[in-house]
Ligand binder design. Sequence first.
Ligand code: MG
Length: 278
Amino acid sequence: MNTVTKKMTKQEIFELKERIQAQIINESQPSYTYYQVKTNECTITAYTSGKVVFQGKNIDWLAPQEPSIMPQAGSDEVGTGDYFGPVVVCACIVNKEHMEYLQTLGVHDSKQITDNAILKMAPKIMELCPHSVLVVSNKKYNEVHLSHNMVDIKCLLHNQAYINLESKGYTLPDFIIIDQFVQEKTYYKYLAKMPKVIRSIHFETKAENKYISVACASIIARYTFLQSWKKMEEAYNFHFEKGAGSKVDLCARAFVEKFGKDALSDVAKLHFANTKRI
Ligand code: MG
């Protein structure tokens, strides 16, 4: 458990609560406080003295950030750890004038934001920031996976997401960040045969909680993934499980019983070990 303490004005304290409203799961008012709220990631206690205490396992993003280089573009992917559902990659450009607004939205790592909050936030980001999203359906993914591995596919998608931003007429900033999933050398090796490769990219792990452009890309990708997921559930009138664990095995077995083995290639990533298990 980590603790971060900040000094804030009364106005800032109430603005903070407003900003995270969608993420609050429990609220109380102990003595000498304006409020104490609980989200999935932390507990925030705002004292009338102006002291605000954040407690949680994953609150690194609260620590003061280094001033970011602007403008910047970032990209991230979603769905690569889920047996069911598509792979989505998004690249997003953030300009200096949009920073403040994005920060007040509470933009940070999408993994730490609830699905409900993502659904509210993402459309606002998409309205503001130039972005390109690639959705690889399961059918297409399974075809491509016959000749490319998952890392290879991710490299191609990130590169393509940036190319699409350019095709839309946007100029890519000098500072481009990829939430690192592979060594830089390997990334360019996989792209060696591509007619166009976006270069001079900065690779960093956990970039989604360090760079606002990666956080935005991550949120948009997650949002798109959730939309696709909803469509998939509606199309089959079936509840799919996220992840790739034992619950997913049970779910996949039920799916095969209902729709047959062949239908699996339209909703799942077949190379996952889940396929053999079921
Ligand atoms: Mg990532």
